[in-house]
Design a protein around this ligand. Structure first.
Ligand SMILES: [Zn+2]
Length: 161
């Protein structure tokens, strides 16, 4: 019962605050969905931009807090701007090796062997899933990409609320 009451309050708050018109547009992105009036005035557009900027600031701050750079970051290969190149392997080669086409590969070298080996990683994502421009922006904001990479690999939840 309590839950229902909360939902009603939220709906009323949403209607008054957003002043939704009859026509709304839903935009679905990775990990976020935007619900907005379909037709917008210039003022409403600026209000949306301003609100989204607040959300972005909040998320950046949470990342800086979770992965702050420290004096060790000079040696941190990720924060030094150095990242190993992704090795592009054609899908057919992965399939033939019995590896899923979308699997991430880890490069390993046996010293002096004359061979370079690629093995599927045990994790789904890492820092290379973030494009280079964004990675550089994160470093400039004071975020340690090395620490962040560990967290991405562990699929750790770092933000609640
Ligand atoms: Zn670092």
């Amino acid at each position: 019962m309590k839950k229902n009451k909360q939902e009603v309050t939220m709906q009323q708050e949403m209607t008054t605050k957003t002043k939704f018109s009859n026509e709304v547009t839903v935009q679905v992105f990775d990990a976020v969905m935007l619900l907005r009036n379909t037709n917008l005035t210039a003022l409403e557009m600026v209000q949306i931009i301003s609100t989204l900027e607040d959300v972005v600031d909040d998320l950046y701050n949470a990342l800086v807090e979770a992965f702050p750079q420290d004096e060790m970051c000079g040696d941190c290969s990720f924060c030094d701007g150095y990242l190993e190149d992704n090795v592009n392997v054609p899908d057919w080669a992965k399939v033939e090796a019995g590896i899923a086409p979308d699997a991430k590969l880890f490069l390993c070298v046996e010293e002096g062997s004359g061979h370079i080996m690629l093995e599927p990683t045990e994790y789904k994502h890492d820092i290379t899933d973030i494009d280079e421009d964004m990675r550089m922006r994160l470093v400039d904001m004071g975020i340690c990409l090395g620490e962040m990479n560990e967290s991405i690999m562990d699929e750790e939840v770092i933000y609640r609320g």
